[in-house]
Design a protein around this ligand. Structure first.
Ligand code: ZN
Length: 249
């Protein structure tokens, strides 16, 4: 009898030792910084698909907003392909998607059409976004000839949230998430994307600010003393100068 009990005890021991840090199963982040509670109450289901062409360095960058986009949208609405040129042989189905007539590329070239003024020849689109810094995006574009044949659209907006711009914790982190959310809202004339998809990013920025990711001084103090843009890097500093209205409370 005792022997059986001992065996049962042993069989209850989990095969794998518990992970050191408690990771959220959904977003794969430590539970204390999990942003899943800020995801849309129900995954959003646009008519269009988002296709992210992601530079490999992007995955390691500060904010990593692509998972927020993927988890905020219905399961088959956001595809992520990684690489420096597209399509590569490992990118299953990408070439087919890129060749579809309803595929459009968000790329601010001279010939790009304002996404708001797109003639809606199709009920749904495959919206391609390049996820990386601007130099990375340009490099991907020039080494991926298939992209040159896709109709190009650009996003003209003044609605990039004050909050994100003012609280961006690290240089060069303006997000693909916000771009995609705004583009979807304009494309489908539905504000729900810009309203709901970016909430996890708000939560993350707030967390990083609260925990001194940028500085221990408050952003109000830094704005008053005009040291804020310097601390957050050249690229954002330039941006802040060009969008002055955003930094006035
Ligand atoms: Zn989570």
């Amino acid at each position: 009898m005792e022997e059986i009990d001992a065996w049962e005890d042993l069989s209850n021991i989990p095969a794998d030792p518990p992970v050191k840090r408690d990771l959220c199963e959904k977003c794969k982040r430590p539970s204390v910084v999990c942003w899943c509670s800020a995801l849309p109450p129900q995954r959003l289901n646009p008519r269009s698909n988002i296709i992210l062409l992601q530079h490999p360095a992007e995955e390691k960058r500060c904010l990593r907003t692509a998972p927020m986009l993927q988890l905020g949208l219905a399961e088959n609405k956001c595809y992520i392909f990684k690489g420096k040129r597209f399509p590569a042989s490992r990118h299953q189905n990408l070439e087919k998607l890129l060749n579809q007539p309803n595929t459009i590329l968000l790329y601010p070239s001279k010939t790009a059409v304002d996404i708001n003024e797109l003639e809606h020849d199709f009920t749904s689109y495959n919206l391609v976004l390049i996820d990386g810094t601007w130099p990375q995006a340009k490099a991907i574009y020039s080494s991926s000839p298939i992209l040159h044949r896709i109709k190009q659209v650009k996003l003209i907006t003044t609605s990039i949230s004050n909050y994100i711009i003012r609280t961006q914790p690290t240089e060069g982190c303006l997000s693909t998430l916000e771009t995609a959310a705004e583009a979807l809202s304009q494309l489908e004339s539905d504000p729900v994307y810009r309203e709901q998809l970016i909430e996890p990013l708000h939560m993350l920025c707030k967390f990083q600010l609260d925990n001194g990711a940028v500085t221990h001084q408050s952003k109000e103090f830094l704005l008053k003393t005009k040291t804020y843009p310097k601390l957050i890097g050249k690229r954002l500093s330039k941006l802040l100068k060009s969008t002055n209205e955003y930094i006035i409370d």
